[in-house]
Ligand binder design. Structure first.
Ligand code: FES
Length: 137
């Protein structure tokens, strides 16, 4: 049953990664600010959250790598723009489409029909906050 469900989720582009509650982040100028003290439960090592909405422009994926560092990407596969999920215990990112392009944590394409790597966004971790520099539109 899981195989069929997973197939239809991939066809529909439905990811496992959930949007982060808007009470836990905000935008200041060209940065998204995630309040880690409140959001850390949503970001276990190998986990990720989505930041989406008109205030960020392009969708953002925020990930906590297995080494505890935080990373952020424009959350669009360079094939057809589908979102990403962490996979293999947070060792790679995998597109939520049937074709499942994969990328390493540096955003470099590893497999699939994606045309190139992911856009990596600068992340600063300080004073209990993550500050993610948003892409210019
Ligand atoms: S959107 Fe097609 S492989 Fe990612």
């Amino acid at each position: 049953m899981g195989g069929i469900v997973d197939f239809f989720k991939a066809v529909a582009g439905i990811c496992e990664t959930k949007p982060l509650d808007k009470a836990l982040w905000r935008v200041e100028g060209d940065q998204a600010v995630v309040l880690l003290a409140s959001a850390s439960g949503y970001l276990p090592q190998g986990g990720a959250v989505r930041l989406e909405g008109p205030e960020v422009g392009q969708p953002v994926l925020v990930m906590r790598a297995t080494d505890g560092t935080y990373r952020a990407y424009v959350n669009k596969c360079t094939h057809m723009g589908r979102r990403m999920d962490p996979a293999k215990d947070g060792q790679i990112l995998r597109c939520c489409s049937v074709n499942h392009s994969t990328f390493d944590l540096e955003g470099v394409k590893r497999s699939g029909p994606a045309k190139g790597g992911l856009t990596v966004l600068p992340v600063q971790h300080e004073s209990g906050e993550l500050r993610i520099t948003l892409p210019k539109e």
